[in-house]
Design a protein around this ligand. Structure first.
Ligand code: C5P
Length: 408
């Protein structure tokens, strides 16, 4: 994660078992140079003590609206905050937020805010699925609240399903991204609906490495971060994801199947083998355009003479997939160093793909952030600068809508 400038957040903790994870979240945020003011409901103090949260943040914890000797803690505290994050948010607290109730310090703080509100729900799966909770969550989304989760998996009660709080590390990442760009609120939300449930997504990511000899090769500066972020976002949305990855130092995202390859030829082979099982193909890899015609098996010895390497073109994997008789829904990427719009729109037509995401190469390579312009049959859509995972979610939502419409 990149370092954020000093920002202040109010971390609101409500009374659910996931409250213990708020300690780790506070620690991660403080490590990111974020000033954390904790406010807890009375119920939350039964799960984790204010002393723990005070020790981790270095700030006295607010619990009781009557304890503040200057009064008006709810106004002062919310005025100086860059964001309020409720983690965990119980079904009860979400219901309060949705209805604008303010009968304790934390709910008053939320009502008095003039900053973004981020909510990480945590509750039993049945409570999450209940029509009342779903109505309340929809109300929060309509009110511009950013929803961070919930996740699916094992629950404290022994059941399995939607309702777990998103892990602290992922929450910290979303919060840092939101603080960097609060204007992005709607696209920041983690997917609530599994819009790609059962959809098979094949992704290429990273650079390729084209051997010159036994120890040298030609590659490029792609880190693979955008492709890996798209793989993670697709899993969050319920897709079955296969990632064909060139050489990167990234950790495999949870729930993603990875096939590791080195050269463009190997990437092409892997894609050819898998493409019949894909509903959506997303070519994010920075595939080398050329390879050495005859790589040497031995290390080439240095000499004073000039060395000429013959380069021959690599197959265009995306163009191949797009030209199949029954192609999956294809999404391409274009990294341009100038005239982004002109080149990208032309590339979408040339490759005959329904959706192309373009970025300026100098903005994107190696960075945790990016900004994208999406091109489709309807025109262009700008996704402003944000963390690559945030952009990945927004891009996939856009792709999911077009895929379901059967766009060409
Ligand atoms: O033509 P250009 O290389 O700029 O196109 C970029 C898009 O095409 C990306 O989606 C990239 O993954 C894909 N591509 C490919 N195989 C190649 C070259 C590019 O799949 N040999």
């Amino acid at each position: 994660m990149e370092q954020a400038q000093t920002k202040r957040i109010v971390l609101g903790i409500t009374g659910g078992i996931a409250a213990y994870k708020a300690a780790e979240l506070a620690r991660l945020l403080v490590k990111q140079n974020i000033e954390v003011q904790v406010a807890m409901t009375e119920a939350a103090t039964h799960f984790i003590t204010p002393a723990t949260m005070q020790a981790l943040t270095g700030n006295p914890v607010l619990v009781n609206q009557w304890q503040d000797d200057k009064g008006m803690a709810h106004i002062q505290t919310s005025r100086v905050a860059d964001a309020i994050v409720i983690a965990p948010a119980t079904a009860d607290f979400i219901a309060k937020l949705a209805n604008g109730l303010a009968n304790d310090l934390l709910s008053s703080l939320c009502l008095a805010r003039d900053c973004p509100l981020l909510v990480a729900p945590a509750m039993n799966r049945q409570m999450w699925a209940n029509a009342a909770t779903q109505r309340n969550v929809q109300q929060l989304a309509d009110d511009g609240v950013m929803l961070l989760g919930p996740a699916s998996g094992a629950q404290a009660c022994g059941e399995e399903g939607m309702g777990r709080m998103v892990e602290a590390e992922e929450l910290a990442r979303d919060i840092v991204a939101a603080l960097r760009n609060p204007a992005l609120s709607p696209t920041l939300s983690r997917p609530r609906e599994r819009e790609l449930s059962g959809v098979r997504v094949l992704i290429t990511a990273g650079p390729t490495y084209e051997a010159i000899d036994a120890v040298r090769g030609i590659t490029n500066r792609s880190s693979g971060k955008m492709g890996y972020a798209i793989a993670q976002a697709a899993v969050e949305m319920g897709a079955e994801v296969l990632l064909v990855s060139g050489p990167t130092s990234l950790t495999k995202p949870l729930g993603v199947q990875v096939v590791n390859v080195t050269s463009a030829a190997e990437m092409f082979e892997a894609v050819k083998q898998q493409v019949a099982n894909a509903d959506i193909f997303i070519g994010v890899a920075a595939v080398a355009d050329y390879r050495v015609a005859q790589p040497s098996e031995q290390k080439i010895k240095k000499s004073d003479a000039a060395l000429t390497l013959e380069l021959i073109p690599n197959p265009d994997i995306l163009a191949y997939v797009a030209s199949l008789p029954r192609p999956p829904f294809c999404v391409g990427f274009a990294a341009e160093s100038e005239k982004l719009r002109e080149h990208a729109a032309a590339k979408r037509k040339k490759k005959n793909i329904p959706l192309l995401a373009a970025n300026l190469a100098q903005n994107a390579i190696g960075s945790d952030d990016n900004e994208l312009v999406l091109f489709d049959a309807a025109g262009e859509h700008v996704l402003p600068r944000a963390d690559k995972l945030v952009l990945a979610r927004a891009l996939l939502r856009h792709a999911a809508v077009l895929y379901k419409k059967g766009s060409k």
